[in-house]
Design a protein around this ligand. Sequence first.
Ligand code: GLV
Length: 379
Amino acid sequence: MPVVTCIEDLRELAKRRVARAIFEYVDCGSYAEQTLRANRADLEAIALRQRVGIDVDRRSMRTTMAGQEVAMPVALAPTGLTGLNWADGEMLAARAAERFGVPFTLSTMSICSIEDVAGAVTKPYWFQLYVMRDRGFAASLIERAKQAKCSALVLTLDLQIQGQRHRDLKNGLAVPPKLTLATAFDILRKPGWALNVLKGKRKSFGNLEGRIPDAKSLTTLSQWIAGQFDPTLSWKDVEWVKNLWGGKLVLKGILDAEDAKIAASSGADAIVVSNHGGRQLDSTISSIRALPEVVDAVGGRIEVWFDGGIRSGQDVLKALALGARATMIGRAFLYGLGAMGEAGVTRALEIIRNELDVSMALCGLRDVKDASRSILRAP
Ligand code: GLV
């Protein structure tokens, strides 16, 4: 086994092991991928401020996210098709997160179902909701998440309509994976992945089976989203979801100060500054560029979390310095899952924790909750 020292190592391993259509679904963004690249480039352009002569013994990364204690300010973001990277991937990632002490968020578009994941963990996890045209179905998902004792609902607001991902179309990404000439070739090249995924409990969307006709024989993901997701989703619906759910509510996909102000008055507990990992509106600004204006706009009325391009603990620290209370990671943990299953998710979390810890110390910071602009160099 090669020595894994950073998230990029996990990405390389995942790329070698996972079928191309699935790896590229994870790795790529929408259209020309300008926003995908901006997420990384703008994080890289921020400089941390090295300080010396400060006692940095006994450091702490503990904090809370929507009232929940976390070992570090990093939650696993909701990601579609997780269980096609590694058999039962959602159950494994949820378990790794629980052992580590950080939240796991199950996507509506997961392979393992709400109930599968509930059976794999001992503490509550979080559920992410897409609102479908069929409101009865959306309500039933909320009810199932309640029954499963999920401790927060993450409502995604930036995917009423899907941005086109060129690679998914070129790869004919279908769920469950379809046997075509191209996928047969992939299976021959990635037999370990194919055998592993075949052993999984499910190969299609676990939350939809038996509830949406033909959930077992869905065509392409983008066709399915176009047919089912509700483009009329508005702030009134956020209120509807909030009332039905009645628990901690997180609004994901805020990138604009005006929207942030409305979100802050919505009664939700947190917002996630996000452009969906550069997978939706292309040519919009990076998440890290949007973060300060969102933080200013809400003025402490609601917790502000951040996602978009995080590949290291240094990236987490930069987001905290710019006012995020916490962060979410998507690709960073999926690379770990695709590379080594549950152990890979744990490894990804360890890498980020160790990087965050050392970087805090070298910035002269002992408590992650004290991160502020003072640990950044002026641009
Ligand atoms: C869905 O959430 C996606 O980004 O593919």
